[in-house]
Design a protein around this ligand. Structure first.
Ligand SMILES: [Zn+2]
Length: 307
């Protein structure tokens, strides 16, 4: 419940752009410099029964997945925050669908990288030993699932799910193109003109007699997270005895509160990132570099694993 309160507060702050600074509200349990000793991490890893792995955009970036955020991150003349919001969809559903159609099609050319694969292999191996691994991800590209991860909590939804704005039905959708009218559309070049597809020809609900407009089942700016998913996240964070934060800044939501909360419980948290973050000093371990390089040796079979 505490987490949920923190979540709503933090999400609101994040959406208002106010969570750029590190939050210093929680207890700080580790103000000594975090260790980068892989051997020490491996000792903790070998004993862990419930491992929670929080992943962010950095993991996808190493597979070449564009984020449409930050300098140079444009689709036509917009960034994600301009199109990934309910207002943009209400104003111009055709443009927003072009954007998501493009992102879905791009994913057909991308593959899981060694970080995704190491996480999936670790889950599979540890499950045979009665140990659990859960991935809590803000990525919507399904690369964890494609790598073979089974227990994945997608807190921001998925590019490959749709939701009917009329009946609310959520379904997996891997069609390419997602509808005939979007075929060949969605080019990212800034000079591309909007396709202006009529709303009847955009993706429509296939539930009997509904035919409502579909939208991507992703959490947009200004929207709240799925409470069922958050409940599962809370449960996992409460039972985990090791937490990894991979490819996310630990400054903005969600790592901004998930991982420090776990650390405040005295549970070891290991950060894998290309740079230090304002939360780094709260964690037990910090491994700097591309997670495709740092994660596989951290998660490989330990000598004490007999199965
Ligand atoms: Zn429907």
């Amino acid at each position: 419940m505490i987490l949920r309160q923190l979540t709503s507060r933090c999400v609101s702050a994040w959406l208002c752009g106010a969570a750029r600074e590190p939050r210093r509200t929680g207890p700080v349990v580790n103000m000594v410099r975090p260790s980068s000793d892989l051997g020490e991490f491996r000792k903790v890893f070998a004993k862990a029964k419930h491992i929670a792995i929080i992943t962010g955009a950095g993991v996808s970036a190493e597979s070449g997945v564009p984020t449409f955020r930050g300098p140079g991150g444009y689709w036509r003349k917009w960034q994600a925050q301009d199109l990934a919001c309910p207002e943009a969809f209400a104003r111009n559903p055709s443009r927003v669908w072009e954007f998501y159609h493009y992102r879905r099609e791009v994913m057909l050319t991308k593959n899981p990288n060694p970080a995704h694969l190491a996480i999936a292999e670790c889950e599979s191996r540890l499950s045979r030993q009665g140990r659990s691994v859960v991935v809590i991800t803000q990525n919507i590209d399904e690369l964890h699932r494609r790598a073979g991860s089974q227990h994945v909590l997608e807190i921001h939804g998925s590019l490959f799910k749709t939701r009917c704005v009329n009946c609310g039905h959520v379904t997996a959708n891997y069609k390419s193109p997602i509808c005939a009218a979007l075929e060949g559309m969605g080019a990212p070049d800034p000079n591309t003109k909007d396709a202006n597809i009529s709303v009847e020809k955009l993706p429509r609900c296939e539930q009997s007699t509904c035919n409502g407009l579909l939208r991507p089942h992703v959490v947009w700016f200004g929207e709240t997270l799925d409470s069922d998913i958050l409940t599962q996240v809370e449960k996992e964070l409460e039972i985990c005895d090791l937490c990894l934060v991979v490819g996310t800044s630990s400054v903005v939501y969600p790592a901004a509160m998930f991982a420090p909360q776990v650390a405040a419980r005295g549970v070891p948290v290991a950060e894998f990132n290309t740079e230090t973050t304002p939360a780094t000093m709260r964690f037990t371990f910090h491994f700097q570099g591309p997670c495709g390089s740092t994660l596989p040796p951290a998660l490989e079979r330990h000598e004490t694993e007999i199965i």
